[in-house]
Design a protein around this ligand. Structure first.
Ligand code: NAD
Length: 486
């Protein structure tokens, strides 16, 4: 436990590895955790090696039969208690997240609520893991279908939603009867460790949830995927790392769920309610300071309304208060680290070189911390480099269009397909465009789609499988078919 952290958050946070119910030092030294608002190291967390990872797999494998055999109601009740503990500790968990990730406290509070909801939803799904029974078409036998836990599951999560990406995997895994080894991002291990402590307090047995922060994720995850006791990889992160992990998982034919990058288009048609579109754009762009896979990345706006839309969005964004996430009144905290800020700044520079026009923002401020101001670019040309990359920052590039089919083609001209947003008052048009957009999720006149009760996920190179809803539970089950003659 670290005293400074306790002062900052009002809560004791573990800083060790969690293997088989014990907090330990691990064999890989320590990992520094930096506050993006001050650039100060605020904690040192134990760093796991591949040997530690195999110990964690052993712990998860040993705990599997007991956990899988627990009545579903009991598994659900552990998750329900964890939900309640998270809600009770929202403020402390939110402050912990702010100091390791940088996001504004209001975003962090929102994330803790969202993250806890996955425990509540899967406490309810634990008792709804149904199968099927039917008569074979020939009439000769019954077809019985069971959904059994897939087994020991390796969960790998990113830094942008340090709590929700963990609970979105742990919730369904535990509900289905699986045991897990969670590897959080090195930037944000503390939220994951705090959530694991809560799960134990909620009654989850030793070895069911193991957590391994590490400075060397590649060898650690590879060692686990090579182990035949591991039957599932659930990964959230970049498409680049996801592709590499799919290749590694192929050697052992490990079941994979992949939540990867996005490049969300946000379409505003000439008949849209502009005030609602600006509000939706604000949410779709600025939730989490733009560091979201669902962040609107490219704004395609009809020429007839583009001037008004862009001016209003720029006005809304330029009034945001930028500062340390813990300060009252901060709307936008710093980006997570210096590399992320450099990437955002260079994408904006390239967009202006490509012919985009800066309406607001665009300058790295001269202050400590990885801050970047809200930025709007208008008249960005269709071929500009910024439109092909995940920006992951508070930057909104606007491209103008005049033809609906052209707008749909532009929206689909990416290897990503996570989410798309569209604004129009015409329901028929909305549904036609929604059908034509190549994305796993569509927001119609709505800037936020995430919901623990809904199937979240992408098509194309944005991923495989779904998290949330009933589909999220099925990702942690194997289907067994039994032919019965009675
Ligand atoms: P990242 O791919 O760099 O890292 C994600 C996780 O993978 C981290 O835990 C990291 O330590 C680990 N990792 C990195 N290299 C690895 C390797 N060689 N082997 C095994 N593990 C490795 O992504 P990030 O920068 O942490 O997160 C941002 C990305 O995540 C963005 O692309 C974003 O779109 C995506 N994301 C997607 C979703 C979704 O649901 N689709 C949600 C949140 C974030």
């Amino acid at each position: 436990m670290t005293a400074d952290l306790a002062t900052l958050t009002g809560m004791d946070t573990p800083t060790g590895l969690l293997i088989g119910g014990r907090w330990g030092d691990g064999r890989g030294g320590t990992l520094p955790v930096t506050d993006p608002a001050t650039e100060d190291v605020i904690a040192h967390v134990a760093s796991a090696t591949p040997e530690d990872a195999l110990d964690a797999v052993t712990a998860a494998h040993d705990a599997l039969p007991g956990w899988a055999a627990r009545p579903p109601r009991e598994r659900g009740e552990c998750l329900r208690r964890a939900f309640e503990l998270m809600v009770d500790r929202t403020e402390a968990l939110a402050r912990l997240m702010v100091v390791e990730n940088g996001k504004a406290l209001k975003d962090a509070r929102g994330e803790i609520t969202y993250a806890a909801e996955f425990f509540r939803w899967y406490s309810e799904e634990a008792v709804r893991n149904d199968g099927g029974l039917s008569l074979a078409p020939s009439g000769a036998n019954r077809i019985m279908v069971l959904r059994q836990p897939v087994g020991v599951s390796v969960l790998v999560t990113p830094w942008n939603f340090p709590a929700a990406m963990a609970t979105r995997k742990i919730g369904p895994a535990l509900a289905a009867g699986c045991t897990v080894v969670l590897k959080p991002a090195k930037e944000t291990p503390l939220s994951a460790l705090a959530i694991a402590a809560i799960l134990h307090e909620a009654g989850v047995p030793e070895g069911v949830v193991n957590v391994l922060p590490t400075t060397k994720p590649g060898p650690l995850v590879a060692a686990m995927l090579a182990d035949p006791r591991v039957r599932k990889l659930s990964f959230t992160g970049s498409t680049e790392v996801g592709r590499a992990l799919l290749r590694t998982a192929a050697d052992t034919v490990t079941n994979c769920s992949m939540e990867l990058g996005g490049n969300a288009p946000f379409l505003v048609f000439e008949d849209a309610d502009i005030e609602a579109a600006v509000e939706g754009a604000f949410l779709a762009k600025m939730r989490n300071g733009g560091e979201a896979c669902t962040a609107a990345n490219r704004f395609y706006v009809h020429d007839a309304v583009a001037g008004e839309f862009t001016a209003r969005l720029a006005d809304r964004l330029s009034r945001l208060s930028v500062g340390p996430g813990l300060d009252d009144g901060t709307d936008l905290g710093p980006l997570v680290n210096s590399d992320t800020r450099s990437k955002v700044a260079s994408l904006v520079e390239s967009a202006t070189r490509d012919g985009g026009r800066l309406v607001t923002g665009g300058q790295v401020p001269d202050r400590r911390g990885y801050f970047y101001p809200p930025t709007v670019l208008d008249d960005v040309p269709r071929g500009a480099g910024i439109l092909a990359e995940e920006i992951f920052g508070p930057v909104a590039p606007v491209v103008r269009f005049t033809d609906q089919a052209d707008a749909i083609a532009l929206a689909n001209s990416t290897e990503y397909g996570l989410v798309s947003y569209l604004y129009t008052r015409d329901l028929r048009r909305a549904l036609q465009v929604a059908e034509a957009l190549e994305a796993g999720m569509i927001g119609i006149n709505r800037g936020v789609v995430s919901d623990p009760a809904a199937p979240f996920g992408g098509v194309k190179q944005s991923g495989l499988g779904r998290e949330g809803g009933h589909d999220g539970l099925l990702e942690f089950t194997e289907t067994k078919y039994i032919a019965v003659d009675w």
